[in-house]
Design a protein around this ligand. Sequence first.
Ligand SMILES: C[C@@](CO)(OP(=O)(O)O)[C@H](O)COP(=O)(O)OP(=O)(O)OC[C@H]1O[C@@H](n2ccc(N)nc2=O)[C@H](O)[C@@H]1O
Ligand SMILES: Nc1ncnc2c1ncn2[C@@H]1O[C@H](COP(=O)(O)OP(=O)(O)O)[C@@H](O)[C@H]1O
Length: 281
Amino acid sequence: MTTLTLPAVAKLNLFLHITGRRPDGYHNLQTLFQLLDVGDELHFTLRSDSNINLQCNNNDLVNEDNLVIRAARLLQRHSSCHSGCDIYLDKRLPMGGGLGGGSSDAATTLLGLNALWQLGLSIDTLAELGLTLGADVPLFVRGYSAFAEGVGEKLLPVNLPEKIYLIVTPDCHISTAEIFQHNDLIRNTPLISVEQVLTTPWRNDCQPLVEQHYPIVAITLQWLVEYAPCQMTGTGASVFAAFPDQTSAQHALANLPATWRGFIARGVNQSPVWAALADTE
Ligand SMILES: C[C@@](CO)(OP(=O)(O)O)[C@H](O)COP(=O)(O)OP(=O)(O)OC[C@H]1O[C@@H](n2ccc(N)nc2=O)[C@H](O)[C@@H]1O
Ligand SMILES: Nc1ncnc2c1ncn2[C@@H]1O[C@H](COP(=O)(O)OP(=O)(O)O)[C@@H](O)[C@H]1O
């Protein structure tokens, strides 16, 4: 195998509780991660030398900070591997929107190059490596919708109804670090057990703060709630609502204000990356 094409899907946080701050400044959370069937796409081509090259449909993303490059270099270093690759990233997801696109790209790169370079590393090892790149990377490496604790790396698979979601991203950039550093962030939500997940009303502890500091997010939620109950994902700015069917979601999407981005996706319990990897074996 010398080439590989794999998806890097998005996630929603169906709820997000912040349960405390750790001595290193990171926050412990409890969240329900819902994977979606929509995302970016990555194309990997094996090279005979050890260079790693990235191309992307968004030139602003072609730099050494890109999580795809960082994941590829991390894997190369960890495995003392001398292979290289050309990577094309077809960026489709809104960035910095709480949909986890960068983390998902990193996870797909770890999975894809582990296969292409025939490294044989375990999923546990890839998830551990991924956690050094970002808190959400282990979720996308493991590739199942999950109840998560810790910083989001302790994952318990869950079987969720695979609903149709409309995801709307207003034109605004929110820094995850800024939200987590803010004095007014709710960070003392009591822990719940996995059994309580279905009986506890779902909410996002970052949402009140984000709505206050980024009024466009509050306006987007006010727009979406006219169609269905809605919430913010991650630290924003994207918001989402579940719809009973594709037609009603399409109806809302058709009325979307021009400067906002929106897309429809189905919630999935298993990431499509696993089916795509299995197809290559
Ligand atoms: C909170 C979530 C929920 O899914 O939000 P989104 O980023 O998706 O919106 C994620 O766990 C975010 O994960 P990720 O975006 O990978 O965050 P990182 O790059 O690891 O962290 C960015 C910064 O946010 C803060 N941070 C992040 C995660 C966490 N549990 N506690 C924190 O305090 C830290 O200051 C860190 O430097
Ligand atoms: N491959 C990538 N795709 C998207 N963003 C990336 C990527 N690599 C690095 N980044 C950086 O990570 C930031 C957060 O990305 P993203 O995962 O899309 O958002 P979020 O963490 O809010 O879900 C971006 O603003 C960008 O600066």
